[in-house]
Design a protein around this ligand. Structure first.
Ligand SMILES: Cc1cc2nc3c(=O)[nH]c(=O)nc-3n(C[C@H](O)[C@H](O)[C@H](O)COP(=O)(O)OP(=O)(O)OC[C@H]3O[C@@H](n4cnc5c(N)ncnc54)[C@H](O)[C@@H]3O)c2cc1C
Length: 436
């Protein structure tokens, strides 16, 4: 029987092990809990949801729902258990985490093709293939081993994420393109604030509800990824001398000067998404929406991703991984889950699903093409293997990641509906042709 080793029975490792075992591969699955715990997990269950019990939007037509739907069609163990143990949560898929976790754990423990070992792996086994799916809280010894392979400068330990918004929801009559002192190209979009607007913005940041740092996350804060609210707390002018500095950003036509300028930078080549520069934050998601929408030009901004700062081990995947998630320098060694630079439960599960299916089919000498870029899973695989930005950051699924063919539909609702329909069509066609 062909063999596979999976390290970590979180969202990615559980799905990967299940998919490979279901295809007749003999899987050894290592999970260090409960012998060794992480600072966030609370149980010994597989695929534990460490924080919120919500797996995001389940509203058809949204990007998170599309990703879930693709996983469901592929027979995901995680999605099946989540659907079976869902609890009412408006448009979101929230689960009874205990019933959900128990079902996944039992499915893996009782699978005839899975040898489940409750053990911390401190080094990477010599056998191949191996999937490293040890997540944002990979144990220190294994992190060191990974750093030895890819170089410590390519292994990151914290996310300091600024929000990303939909370019179509910006008011361009208020925001203007300009670079500081007119140097370079006009890559920045600027949201100018007068004195009152700036003062109100600072006051609202100070008063906003924040997520409390976990004790093990404090280091991030001292290491330079200072959240916008900490800068605001230090004094009313701190932001205007920091990320919201207005100097050199007078209005290109009127010459008007401002008290502060919130700068936005293109997040992708197409310019369909913009990053709020320097706005990493621990404000709660509803508060981010409320406060950032106060900036002139952002009154109706829709968020592709909210800001965050938290402990997160991940690798600079685009430089090291092939699209099938194998390491360029050691193609039998795979990475899956949040460690490749996706963010979120379902996204991590999707990466595990792809590694598990891909390896199994390779081992069995079966044809296998990865899903096309127009699908949600394909878009994530592209992001982790092709993103060429200097500052690689973890990403949730969102419409900004999708490859869109043909003329761009101007109406956002229609455009997104088209993305969803194309994705599902391509996904089904891919399943038919590639998973025969
Ligand atoms: C504090 C915190 C809050 C979060 N909140 C949310 C949220 O609300 N919503 C959301 O979508 N995402 C959230 N995330 C992200 C979420 O945890 C990940 O998206 C998801 O769990 C990643 O899946 P994974 O399989 O990559 O890693 P995990 O689910 O973490 O699984 C990795 C597994 O590997 C095990 N492991 C680690 N090292 C070893 C080793 N050396 N040997 C053996 N086993 C090992 C761990 O015990 C763990 O079970 C949060 C993350 C953190 C840290």
């Amino acid at each position: 029987m062909k063999r596979l080793t999976v390290i970590g029975a979180g969202l990615a490792g559980s799905e990967a092990a299940w998919q490979a075992a279901e295809r007749g591969i003999s899987v050894t699955l290592y999970e260090m809990r409960p012998t060794v715990n992480t600072a966030a997990h609370q149980s010994d269950q597989c695929a534990e949801l460490v924080c919120s019990n919500s797996m995001g939007s389940n509203l058809s037509g949204s990007a998170p729902h599309l990703l879930k739907e693709e996983l469901r069609r592929l027979g995901s163990l995680v999605m099946r258990s989540a659907d079976r143990h869902s609890v009412p949560a408006g448009g979101a898929l929230a689960v009874d985490r205990d019933l959900y976790g128990k079902e996944i754990t039992q499915a893996l423990e009782n699978h005839p093709n899975i040898e489940f070992r409750r053990e911390e792996l401190k080094s990477i086994p010599a056998d191949r293939p191996v999937i490293i799916a040890t997540g944002p809280l990979t144990s220190p010894d294994l992190s060191e081993e990974i750093a030895k392979i890819i170089g410590s400068e390519h292994l990151y330990f914290y996310d300091a994420l600024s929000p990303i918004i939909d370019a179509d929801t910006i008011d361009y009559s208020k925001a203007f393109f300009a670079s500081r002192y007119g140097k370079g190209t006009d890559d920045y979009l600027n949201c100018p604030m007068n004195r009152e607007e700036y003062q109100k913005f600072v006051d609202e940041i100070n008063g906003a509800k924040k997520v409390v740092f976990k004790s093990f996350e404090k280091a991030a804060y001292f290491e330079g990824c200072v959240p916008i609210e900490e800068l605001a707390r230090r004094g009313e002018k701190t932001l205007a001398f920091g990320p919201l500095k207005p100097v050199g950003l007078n209005h290109p036509e009127t010459g008007e000067r401002y008290a502060a300028v919130l700068q936005l930078r293109k997040e992708n080549k197409e310019g369909t998404a913009y990053n709020l520069v320097g706005c990493q934050t621990k404000m709660t998601y509803p508060e981010q929406k409320r406060v950032f929408r106060m900036a002139p030009g952002l009154e109706n901004a829709e968020f592709f991703r909210y800001g965050a700062i938290h402990r997160n081990t991940y690798i600079n995947a685009p430089d090291f991984l092939n699209r099938d998630l194998s390491l360029k320098t050691d193609p039998g060694l795979y990475f899956a889950g949040q460690i490749v630079g996706v963010e979120g439960y379902v996204e991590s599960c999707a990466m595990g699903m792809m590694a598990g299916i891909g390896i199994a089919r390779k081992l069995l000498d079966q044809v296998f093409e990865l899903p096309p870029a127009q699908t949600a899973i394909g878009a994530l695989l592209d992001y982790v293997s092709e993103n060429r930005k200097a500052n690689y950051q973890p990403m949730n699924i969102n419409f900004g990641l999708f490859l869109q063919e043909g003329p761009r539909e101007r109406d956002k609702k229609l455009r997104n509906a088209k993305i969803v329909q194309t994705a599902l069509d391509k996904h089904d066609q891919w399943m038919k042709e590639s998973l025969k």
